[in-house]
Structure formats: structure tokens, C-alpha cells
Design a protein around this ligand. Structure first.
Ligand code: ZN
Ligand code: ZN
Length: 146
């Protein structure tokens, strides 16, 4: 698997990363922090895995399920590392994503629903109580109904 770091691609400047199924590479925003990059790599690697293994989500072009698999992979990655600072960064990143997906300019309703589904996983709740800001997470989840 090759990871390509980008910095100056105008149309992609705001996104954290993406998987390009045409060349099989994972593209990561080189301007993101190292912790953020590791989360993005976990996310995009799952998209690649779903593509490589012909996962149902990818074959049916079901964005909701593709994103659910990718966001769940982020959680699993963090759980495997189990480092306090990574957990804290992860929960900040989740809140940020939940807000982003609900804002007018960057509205991604299916990404939002998929991430909410991850927030409802037992594993998520367990660690969110330990290392996350439960109130901020709950607020971000319930802010707007899509
Ligand atoms: Zn999948
Ligand atoms: Zn994704």
C-alpha cells in the first residue's frame, strides 16, 4: 500500500485524505497533524480494504456503509493503540467531524449518520466516558436533524 502526502492540491486542500481506487493509493493531507494523519490513514486504509476485498459496501456504492466501515476502523485503530493522548485526540476529531458534516458548506449527511452510528457503539461509549467530552459529543450528535 502506498501513501501519498499532498500539500498543495487546490481542490483537495480542505480534506484530510482520500482513497483513489484508480491508482490504489491513499492520499493524506500533509498539513494535518501527525495524530490526525494516523486517524485519516486508518480511515482511508479501510476504504482501500473494502475496495480490495470487494466488500458489499463498496460494490453497492453505499456511502453510508462505506463510511460506517471506515469510521469504525478509526475507532478500532485507536482502541488497539489504547493511548490516552490518542483517545483524547480521537474524540476531538469526532466532534470536529460531526460539526463539519452538518455545516452548510461541508454537509455530508451519510458521513454524519455513519459516524453517529459509531458513536453509539459500546466501545465508543466506554472510552468516551473516560477520555472524551461527553457533553460536547452529545451536543454535536444532536445539534441538527438531517
Ligand atoms: Zn466495507
Ligand atoms: Zn471515508
Amino acid at each position: 500500500m502506498s501513501i501519498v502526502y499532498f500539500r498543495h492540491t487546490p481542490d483537495r486542500s480542505k480534506i484530510g485524505g482520500y482513497f483513489d481506487e484508480d491508482d490504489g493509493h491513499i492520499y493524506i493531507n500533509g498539513r494535518a497533524s501527525k495524530v490526525r494523519q494516523s486517524l485519516i490513514i486508518a480511515h482511508e486504509s479501510q476504504h482501500k480494504k473494502c475496495f480490495d476485498t470487494k466488500c458489499k459496501c463498496w460494490n453497492s456504492r453505499n456511502v453510508y456503509w462505506c463510511e460506517y466501515h471506515a469510521f469504525r476502523a478509526e475507532l478500532k485503530y485507536v482502541a488497539k493503540k489504547d493511548k490516552v493522548r490518542l483517545w483524547q485526540a480521537y474524540f476531538r476529531s469526532v466532534i470536529n467531524d460531526l460539526r463539519k458534516f452538518q455545516s452548510k458548506e461541508t454537509a455530508y449527511p451519510q458521513h454524519f449518520q455513519a459516524l453517529v452510528k459509531v458513536c453509539r457503539l459500546r466501545l465508543f461509549g466506554l472510552y468516551a466516558q473516560k477520555y472524551g467530552n461527553i457533553f460536547a459529543i452529545a451536543t454535536a450528535v444532536k445539534r441538527i436533524k438531517l
